[in-house]
Design a protein around this ligand. Sequence first.
Ligand code: SF4
Ligand code: SF4
Length: 104
Amino acid sequence: MLPSWVVMVLNTTQFPDPHATCANCEACCCRLEVMLITETGVPDYFIARDEWGGESMAQRDDGWCAALDRKTMMCTIYEIRPLVCRIFEMGSYECLVERAENFL
Ligand code: SF4
Ligand code: SF4
């Protein structure tokens, strides 16, 4: 969460923003909760289950998704990543919000 004194200013005139790319990001969106709503083949050891059987990507103590390579900051299961990750568009409003929260 942002401190209350931080004001977020986003340029809403151009989406997707061509300057916001994963190459100049620190996988900000891979700290979000990722619900598994379709079967894409995510290995069981990357899946967290709640008490009602809901499935999401497991997160490590540092807050990032368990499937993220901490050295390269790239997804280790890119070809079989969850649907939520597939539709999260680089340079979109949601992307810019996550980047802004990490001061990028
Ligand atoms: S927040 Fe946006 S730029 Fe950063 S890794 Fe996610 S999609 Fe890529
Ligand atoms: S599955 Fe891959 S793209 Fe999705 S949050 Fe985890 S590391 Fe990021």
